[in-house]
Write a protein that binds this ligand. Structure first.
Ligand code: GLY
Length: 393
């Protein structure tokens, strides 16, 4: 991190334990209030004018809502929450059995936060069954030529022959599956993907590519390209945040020391491009005065990554990252979290799912709204700041 960032951070206040508890109490209350509408149905990926509407279990994002239910259950142990979580596990089992919108790599986002969480907290055998099936689905997308898990679209077409940085968060499901089944194949594929991803996705200046294409014939790295970032050479804020958390998880699962260094660099780039209030604009190219919307979800994702990595560092460095995470979360709590239930049924405002630019290929949606993973990682960060937590990842 550069000197300007050090100065910026030095002058910021940390979230206190009391503020953290108050924020989490409100979040848990909001989740409980939402159960009547969102137990048989799920929350959509993003809010509209602050309000989420119901959807079936069909998108890549529904696990983030079930994950919030499990985090709320861990916080207050209200059985009503556990019952809602288990009901959603049934839905996830049905989804994987019937292969409903599972032809993509986001099995971890879907199944770690819903079914692995349920299994770890309650031992529900149906949750284990569903999560192992999801892991099988995920390894079915492994491309031996190039050694990566293909992110999107039908397999074996040059236009789809790529992975994306987000996938690092989908891999803990595979490690969990190896642990539970005793079968090495899941871990083996996760390890190969991590190696390919980290070797190619981090640029020389430690910004990151959102997506990266491999050559279908030779398996050699081909080129990076953005989908949701502003332009190819810029750093999409959430992609960089996935890189922060992804490198921390890569270290946790592989124990490879070089990933600690990667974490430091990717996190340094993220921090060096934060605006005054420590919550990034949707692409790190943009700063204060740009008039662009924020992506508050990136702030919480990066804070979770720093808190994960701090567990494996020497005390002095761990304390630094814990302090930064507390400072970022103070801004999220003070300036972005929902305080009035009449204005939103979500938890954190000012996130951006996908903003169209003249140079990117995404479908515009959920700009400057709550989004469901922003809400999930907000609760995860507050949980991590409150106690020793056994991750669902
Ligand atoms: N994983 C997709 C996104 O972050 O929008």
């Amino acid at each position: 991190m550069n000197e300007k960032t050090e100065t910026l951070l030095r002058n910021k206040k940390e979230l206190t334990d009391q503020e953290c508890k108050k924020a989490m109490d409100f979040a848990v209350e909001q989740v409980e209030d939402n159960l009547s509408e969102f137990t048989d149905q799920f929350k959509k990926a993003y809010s509209e004018d602050g309000f989420y509407y119901p959807t079936g279990n069909v998108n890549w994002t529904t696990g983030f809502w079930t994950g919030q239910i499990w985090l709320a259950y861990e916080w207050c142990r209200d059985e009503k929450l556990a019952q809602a979580g288990q009901k959603q596990v049934d839905s996830f089992l049905h989804r994987i059995d019937n292969k409903i919108e599972v032809d993509h790599h986001d099995m971890g986002f879907l199944y770690s936060l819903s079914c692995v969480a349920s299994y770890k907290l309650t031992g529900n055998p149906k949750a284990k069954e569903a999560a192992v099936k999801a892991a099988d689905q995920l390894i079915g997308r492994f491309q031996p030529i190039g050694q990566f898990i293909q992110a999107w679209g039908p397999m074996n077409q040059p236009e789809n022959y790529r992975f994306i940085i987000d996938c690092l968060l989908n891999l803990p499901l595979l490690y969990w599956a190896s642990e539970e089944t005793g079968e090495e194949k899941y871990r083996d594929i996760a390890e190969k993907h991590i190696h390919t991803a980290i070797a190619n996705v981090i640029r020389e200046d430690y910004s990151t590519w959102h997506t990266f294409f491999m050559n279908m014939e030779t398996g050699e790295p081909d080129h990076g390209a953005t989908c949701q970032g502003y332009r190819d050479g810029s750093a999409w804020a959430r992609g960089q945040a996935w890189g922060v958390y992804g490198t921390a998880l890569a270290y946790r699962y592989t124990g490879r020391k070089e990933y600690i260094e990667d974490f430091r660099h990717v996190t340094g780039y993220f921090l060096d491009h934060l605006p005054e209030d420590l919550v990034p604009y949707w692409d790190l190219e943009f700063g204060d005065g740009s008039g662009e919307p924020r992506d508050s979800s990136s702030a919480s994702i990066a804070a979770c990554g720093m808190l994960e990595m701090a567990q494996y560092m020497e005390e002095e460095e761990a304390a630094l990252y814990r302090s930064i995470a507390r400072k970022i979360m103070k801004s999220v709590v003070d300036n972005y979290a929902v305080k009035d239930k009449a204005l939103s049924n979500g938890l954190v405002l000012h996130s951006t799912y996908s903003k169209k630019s003249p140079y990117n290929t995404c479908t515009p949606e959920g700009v400057d709204e709550c989004n469901i993973w922003g809400d999930y990682f907000y609760m995860e960060a507050l949980t991590r700041l409150s106690k020793a937590w056994n991750p669902y990842w």
